[in-house]
Unconditional design. Structure first.
Length: 205
């Protein structure tokens, strides 16, 4: 099973961005313990050193859904601000959201891709100029397009274009979901702050 999740501070201040970085470290340790494979596919740094506004991870594991059930939602940290020592606020909130709910095979299907084969240009000898080895792959539902010409084989260029196109379509989908989550962040926090899935206290967690 594979899922994509986002840890985000939303519109929160530097303190929330610090919590995102801390939760990421803790979550990666738990992934290792649970045998869950993971890949960081997007990371947005916060203004302060050692902070993150958001991070997106692709996770894969046998019992992934069960594990994530205890993490998806609002995370609360209770502690003194590391950046404003005299700040009175002690409660800070971030969220962990699932992004790509659709299975990859549903989001990206090869039958939705059109291929155009053209002659490659540039170095490569006479073979490059005589045979249609370059490939342009276009995902029709999203109009994403990838051009591949570095291989001498049409089949290799087609394979590479398809792989890169799939990544581009998935990244576009993730960005769209991130935008929707950010737009709805104000409503999300007002509803969920009273019911966090996890609460951490103090500076060491």
């Amino acid at each position: 099973m594979e899922k994509t999740i986002q840890i985000t501070a939303g519109r929160g201040p530097a303190e929330c961005c610090w919590v995102v970085a801390q939760v990421l470290k803790l979550l990666l340790k738990e992934f290792s313990k649970q045998g869950i494979q993971h890949e960081i596919i997007d990371r947005k740094q916060g203004v302060e050193n050692g902070t993150l506004e958001s991070v997106v991870l692709r996770c894969k594991g046998k019992h992934l859904s069960t594990f994530l059930n205890s993490w998806i939602g609002t995370i609360q940290w209770v502690g003194q601000s590391r950046f404003r020592k005299h700040h009175k606020r002690k409660n800070w909130f971030i969220a962990i959201n699932e992004l790509a709910s659709e299975a990859e095979e549903q989001l990206f299907r090869e039958q939705d891709v059109s291929f155009e084969f053209v002659r490659a240009s540039g170095p490569g000898g006479q073979h490059v100029n005589k045979v249609n080895t370059a490939v342009r792959a276009t995902h029709l539902p999203t109009n994403c397009s990838i051009f591949s010409m570095k291989h001498r084989s049409q089949w290799q260029n087609r394979k590479e274009a398809l792989t890169l196109l799939k990544q581009a379509v998935l990244c576009q989908h993730i960005e769209q979901q991130k935008e929707r989550l950010q737009e709805g962040w104000g409503n999300h926090t007002s509803l969920q702050r009273g019911n966090p899935v996890k609460v951490f206290k103090g500076n060491d967690f």
